[in-house]
Design a protein around this ligand. Structure first.
Ligand code: PEP
Ligand code: MG
Length: 596
């Protein structure tokens, strides 16, 4: 029987995943085990209490020494100002109002340390959140950070901090949340690869926004790569190359230069309009999550913002909630920067995997089918009112449109419009300006909404098709689950039919229909969408030049024919083969190549 020798840790190894954010990164691996075990309430016996208290005190001691260590390292690399944060955290760990409380809870309730800690953490966070003083309120983030560290030490999960590293690093993680990822926007982190994830997960979307090469869905990655191994991350092909030779590194470095040249060439179309060869005018807008991306939207020639994912304001402030003034300032700045174009602001789409627990304290077994999108906004009415008031106020300063996520029925749309009317009356009574004509639109991203698009079109001012969720819900595939990511098929006949229904219904009712899912930024899919009649695309800013190049190279007439025939095919594979063949026959060579 043939035997297989496991590859030595020093040999060259190549692992294949899914490239979700293009680009090439070269650096040393830093392994991050992020998944935490769930915290259960485990009753303990009388005689187990002292050892449980001891276990907790050991975790406290370990946390303290990690924090003091970190303080020294940060002091050396970044100076006193940053180091003092860790000193303050070390003090907080030993503060009696924290540690003693946990010990008391273990003793009084005879429960495990993890549970007691989680309970005290909740109580402290709630207390800090309720302070009037802004400074004190903001300390809630420190409480969370410190308690999380202790919890990780209790659970034996390693705790990494990359802030003190000076060379380029590639994060190798089991899983990363969108909020982890938004903190990756500076050196030394140059890329990441994870075991979990999906093509259209928000972690992948954020990676693209940050221009950070990323590969997801590589099984057991944290177990097969060692800390500090050299890694090349190929976000175009979805490859993680460990221990590459010098020659491979040199080859990838020259690929980086080739890609940069190709991108520069594409950017030459920045000021040209997106017009097909037979003069159909297409609008290309930007999706943004962070205000800093506005400059990218402008740089890549976006005609306005088609989707601002406002939940990222909550994520970046978590565990604090943004107040009305913070919302208002941000939306006003967005509207002013986008003028004279439109800026579509989507109300917070928290829930699913996006910080539902941290922001609103909800824990659900099946969060993707739980409280998310508009239903969550309506449930947390105070939070929602704060955001809506700010949006209405900001509408006096630019061309803002409001959009609601995860709408499933006309009833929901009517309810939220009633709320907006109430808030308008409130602002009028207070003499505060707002745009009385502010357009109100909805995301069409649930099959029920797609099927009744003709009815919804009579009550909404515009539609934005969210294919990331529409695919998730119509094909029953969790968009963040690597086990089903092979079923992500934007050309599935069911999806094409839904898309056609939505686009036709919107146009028949004379309202604008845009598409802001990831599907729209893929050259092949964009051709089909053009053929289905889509006129407004909104996407990650860096994809705009590629799609503009497609639009300017094709005839609408041809795309329409391709879409018509595609709609008669029976499987996603048949449709894809047919579209690829047609593109090769009708359009310029190399048009849909993703990499130069
Ligand atoms: C979508 O679902 O396609 C969409 C654009 O919204 P999000 O990715 O934020 O869910
Ligand atoms: Mg969505």
């Amino acid at each position: 029987m043939p035997t297989t020798t496991p590859p030595s840790r020093t040999s060259i190894r190549t692992y294949k995943g899914i490239g979700v954010s293009p680009g090439i990164a070269i650096g040393r691996a830093v392994i991050v085990e992020r998944l935490e075990a769930a915290v259960y309430r485990v009753p303990i016996r009388d005689d187990e209490v002292p050892s449980e208290v001891n276990r907790f005190l050991e975790a406290i001691e370990k946390t303290q020494s990690q924090l003091l260590d970190l303080k020294q390292k940060v002091k050396r690399s970044m100076g006193d100002e940053y180091a003092s944060i860790f000193e303050a955290h070390a003090m907080m760990v030993s503060d009696p109002s924290f540690a003693d409380k946990v010990v008391q809870k273990i003793e009084a309730e005879q429960v495990n340390a993890e549970w007691a800690l989680a309970e005290v953490q909740e109580e402290l966070q709630a207390r800090f959140r309720s302070f009037d003083d802004v400074y004190l309120r903001e300390r809630v983030a420190d409480v969370k950070d410190v308690a999380d560290r202790v919890q990780k030490n209790l659970q034996g999960v390693s705790h990494h901090d990359v802030s003190e590293i000076t060379h380029d690093v590639i994060i190798i993680a089991d899983d990363l949340t969108p909020s982890d990822t938004i903190h990756f926007n500076r050196r030394p982190i140059v890329g990441f690869a994870t075991e979990a994830g999906g093509r259209t997960s928000h972690t992948s979307i954020i990676a693209k926004s940050l221009f950070m090469p990323a590969v997801i869905g590589v099984p057991r990655l944290t177990k097969i790569v060692d800390d500090d191994e050299m890694v090349i991350l190929d976000g175009y092909e979805g490859l993680v190359l460990v221990n590459p030779t010098q020659a491979m590194i040199a080859e990838y470095q020259s690929r980086v230069i080739r890609h940069e040249e190709a991108e520069r060439r594409l950017l030459e179309n920045r000021d040209l309009v997106a017009l097909t060869k037979d003069d159909r005018r297409i609008t290309l807008q930007a999706n943004i999550e962070l205000v800093e991306e506005l400059k990218d939207a402008i740089r890549f020639g976006a005609e306005g913002i088609g989707l601002y994912r406002s939940e990222f304001l909550y994520i970046s402030k978590s565990p604090l909630l943004p107040n009305e003034e913070e919302h208002f300032q941000l939306y006003r700045a967005l509207a002013e920067a986008t003028a004279p174009q439109w800026c579509v602001i989507r109300t917070f789409d928290l829930g699913g995997r996006k910080l539902a627990k941290e922001v609103i304290g909800s824990k659900e077994n099946n969060p993707v089918l739980g409280l998310r999108g508009l239903r969550l906004c309506m449930k947390h009415r105070d939070m929602f009112r704060t955001q809506l008031r700010a949006l209405l106020r900001a509408s006096a300063f630019g061309k803002i449109k409001i959009m609601f996520p995860v709408v499933t029925s006309v009833q929901e749309l009517r309810q939220v419009k009633t709320l907006v009317r109430e808030l308008r009356a409130e602002l009028d009574a207070e003499g505060i300006a707002h745009n009385p004509e502010l357009p109100i639109g909805i995301m069409i991203e649930v099959p029920s909404a797609a099927i009744i698009a003709d009815i919804l079109a009579t009550e909404a001012d515009f539609f934005a098709i969210g294919t990331n969720d529409l695919i998730q819900y119509s094909l029953a595939i969790d968009r963040s689950n690597e086990n089903v990511s092979y079923l992500y098929e934007p050309l599935h006949p069911a999806l094409l039919r839904l898309l056609k229904m939505i686009i036709d219904a919107g146009h028949k009712a004379n309202i604008p229909v845009s598409l802001c899912g990831e599907m729209g930024s893929d050259p092949l899919f964009a051709i089909v969408l053009l053929g289905l009649g889509l006129e407004i695309f909104s996407m990650n800013p860096s994809s705009i030049p590629v799609i503009k190049n497609i639009v300017r190279s094709v005839r609408y007439r041809d795309c329409k024919r391709i879409a018509e025939v595609a709609l008669t095919k029976k499987t996603a594979q048949e449709i894809e083969e047919f579209v690829i063949e047609s593109v090769a026959m009708r359009f310029p060579e190399g048009l849909i190549n993703k990499t130069p």
